[in-house]
Design a protein around this ligand. Structure first.
Ligand code: CUA
Length: 390
């Protein structure tokens, strides 16, 4: 009976190990912040390396534990046995158990070193450069090729390598988009680089990967991988979100490409806005909705006023084009269109945006945005104004 048990045990151990692995890795799609479901070349290199290492580790584990358990049962002592033969060293066995691990380590070292070189390579000239700046506790993204700035939501084209040049405005953070690439720390006064190529479109969560203060956990961001034409459309749209023309400038019938007519107020939720309103020039749209008596327009106008007088404008830029550098708060040029606010903390609904504006310290204690004593009505106006910035 013991013999049967001894024969079954290694199989049982193997089965349990495999089961544990399967349970851990069975449905990574339910956990979007997983590294086990790579969606880009950089992440795949790391994932392949992990697979290789785990396979070797599993082989070693099963062999060693199998032999151990076999020996325990096969050679166990029984009452009355004579003293077993004593051994003191065995040169052959010692050479074997030195050489085998050395070979296994070599088999792991070769792909590891190769992966280090591959992931540290400098991307080609056709890569899209994105500058990344970590802040306590949000992310700034700049596209020098397009003269665009945004925050907490990074857009990348599928199939084109992005070259990240990263730094920090304060403490050490770590840029981490699990399904596209590994972590890389960002520092003040020192540039770190990374690259990856998104291969599957979609919206992916990402997270600061280095403890950076009490709101480190709320330093999340989103990455939107888009087909190249969608990405180009996004860029073209963002390029309309530049400085407003000076007050009193004659409203042109059509904005020049690169001229920046300012944001469009969102049509009222009751939604009797005619189709095409959003494609009308912003000036015209603003006028339509800014009619005296139009509630949305009034909200927008008083929100704009409050944005200036409450001090928001001191920390936040509303320009995607030619955005000033060194702002304390995230760029809000397209805040109305983002999925989340407060760096991944809240879904970007009107209710949450109002809550956030009224009480940032209650939602994200220690954040640099102070509670400004905004009333409920003022928050509604600011929400209408910000929502229009899409
Ligand atoms: Cu930034 Cu953790």
């Amino acid at each position: 009976m013991l013999r049967t048990a001894a024969r079954r045990l290694p199989r049982l151990v193997t089965a349990l190990c495999l089961l544990a692995l399967v349970l851990v890795g069975c449905s990574p799609e339910h956990y979007p912040q997983t590294t086990l479901l790579p969606r880009g070349d950089f992440a795949r290199i790391a994932d392949d390396l992990l697979d290789t290492t785990v396979k070797w580790a599993l082989l070693v584990f099963v062999l060693v534990e199998g032999v151990l358990i076999y020996a325990i049962f096969r050679f166990r002592g029984k009452p009355g046995d004579p003293e077993p033969h004593q051994t003191h060293g065995n040169t052959t066995v010692e050479i074997v158990w030195t050489v085998i691990p050395a070979l296994i380590l070599a088999a792991i070292a070769v792909p590891t070193v190769r992966a280090i070189f591959q992931t540290s390579a400098t991307p080609g000239k056709d890569a899209l450069t994105i500058e990344v700046v970590g802040h306590q506790w949000w992310w700034e993204f700049r596209y020098p090729e397009y003269n665009l700035t945004t925050a907490n939501e990074i857009h990348v084209p599928v199939g084109r390598t992005v070259s990240l040049r990263m730094g920090s405005a304060d403490v050490i953070h770590s840029f981490w988009v699990p399904q596209f690439a590994g972590k890389r720390d960002v520092f003040a006064n020192r540039e770190t680089r990374m690259w990856f190529k998104a291969e599957v479109e979609g919206e992916y969560p990402a997270q600061c990967g280095e403890f950076c203060g009490i709101q480190h956990a709320r330093m999340a961001y989103r990455i939107k991988a888009q087909k190249s034409d969608e990405f180009r459309a996004w860029v073209a749209h963002m390029q309309t979100l530049g400085p407003k023309p000076p007050p009193g400038a004659p409203p042109g019938p059509k904005p020049q490409p690169g001229a920046h007519p300012g944001p469009k107020p969102k049509p009222a939720a009751s939604g009797n806005a005619a189709p095409g309103v959003r494609t009308a020039t912003a000036g015209a749209t603003l006028q339509q909705h800014g009619q005296p008596g139009g509630p949305q327009g009034q909200h927008y106008a008083s929100g704009e006023q409050l944005f200036m007088t409450k001090g928001c404008v001191g920390c936040h830029s509303l320009q995607a084009v030619n955005a000033p550098k060194g702002m304390v708060g995230p760029n809000l040029a397209n805040v109305g269109a983002r999925s989340y606010i407060a760096a991944g903390t809240l879904k970007n609904t009107d209710e949450n945006l109002a809550r956030w504006i009224r009480n940032p310290q209650g939602i994200k204690k220690g954040v640099l945005m102070p509670n400004l004593g905004v009333t409920e009505a003022e928050a509604q106006a600011l929400v209408a104004y910000l929502r229009a910035h899409q």
